[in-house]
Design a protein around this ligand. Structure first.
Ligand code: B12
Ligand code: SF4
Ligand code: SF4
Length: 234
């Protein structure tokens, strides 16, 4: 189906990852978080994300004056795409407080694979991507065909992301130590307060690495969340 120019609009704003699901195909991951809605009304679910720095530059144009600029901009884009281009209503599942695992939903697109450092990897963009919005729409769109590219970590023989991690959190694929990482990040003198050394060492998609201000923004915010979860550290 034609998205009424909506995909081009999103691309211009730095949304370069886009996947349409039949809602029934992701219901097992969504429904436990919000059973009260009538899913029959929403036949399609759209997942959008950004890779690289395009969205960051578009955000500077849009404005960063709110408390949560990236999330607010992402909601704005999801709403514009739904109402202006598809002429339909949506129900935003993310950003929100619903406990829905974007990483698990992302795996079903075929472009996200599990790494030793937990964060998922894209065959082209490496780990330099994030999910920006997940929303249900009241229109049936043609579902996207999942990518079938090879998992980049399987052909990465040396796995340089492992030895560089100072907390020992980066082990085998699917066995990331989130607690060790988080505790290390908030220690005094941590080398990971504003960056992830393992992520920087991964060769896949390094040309799509975030620009310094973008990296600072995301690492600062996640560090604040870690401080709320794990206390103020030593
Ligand atoms: C809460 C949260 C965190 C918390 C986790 C605290 C905790 N133990 O609960 C903290 C602050 C630690 C965190 C950190 C990061 N996060 Co985070 N996080 C989330 C968030 C908002 C919710 C997770 C959740 O509760 N899911 C609901 C439950 C039902 O699903 P779940 O899969 O079982 O959830 C667990 C995992 O998601 C895990 N988790 C959360 N973040 C991360 C990151 C990694 C690398 C791993 C292994 C696990 C993990 O914690 C959850 C609870 O146990 C998700 C967005 C989302 N809605 O999925 C992003 C998300 C998972 N995080 C993401 C990212 C990028 C990061 C950071 C790299 C951010 C940064 N720049 O520092 C770091 C990674 C860790 C590191 N190396 O420092 C991305 C991952 C994208 C990708 N490519 O895979 C997500 C999907 C957000 C997004 N918009 O794309 N995060
Ligand atoms: S360095 Fe290799 S093993 Fe580590 S995340 Fe990158 S591709 Fe995967
Ligand atoms: S942020 Fe630092 S401690 Fe955490 S995984 Fe990356 S390199 Fe390891």
């Amino acid at each position: 189906m034609d998205h009424g120019g909506g995909i081009q609009f999103l691309e211009q704003q730095g949304i370069n990852l886009f996947h349409v699901f039949d809602t029934k195909d992701v219901l097992d991951l969504i429904k436990p978080a919000l059973s009260q809605i009538d899913f029959e009304k929403y036949p399609s679910a759209v997942l959008i994300g950004n890779a690289g720095s395009g969205l960051w530059h578009a955000l500077q144009e849009y404005g960063m004056d709110s408390a949560d600029p990236v999330d607010d901009f992402s909601i704005h884009l999801a709403n514009q795409y739904s109402s202006q281009f598809l002429k339909t209503s949506n129900f935003i599942l993310y950003p929100s407080s619903y406990p829905i695992s974007l990483q698990k939903i992302g795996m079903r697109t075929g472009w996200a694979h599990t790494t030793p450092m937990g964060i998922s990897i894209h065959p082209k963009f490496g780990t330099w991507f994030a999910y920006r919005a997940l929303f249900l729409i009241q229109k049936k769109l043609e579902k996207s065909v999942p990518l079938s590219d090879q998992h980049p970590c399987e052909s990465c023989v040396d796995k340089p992301c492992q030895p560089i991690c100072p907390s020992g959190a980066v082990r085998d694929i699917g066995h990331f130590g989130l607690d060790e990482c988080a505790q290390y990040r908030i220690q005094d003198g941590s080398r990971c307060s504003q960056q992830c050394l393992s992520r920087l060492r991964c060769p896949v998609g390094s040309e799509h690495r975030y620009v310094p201000k973008q990296m600072q923004y995301h690492y600062f915010r996640s560090q604040q969340t870690i401080l709320r979860y794990y206390g103020s550290g030593s």
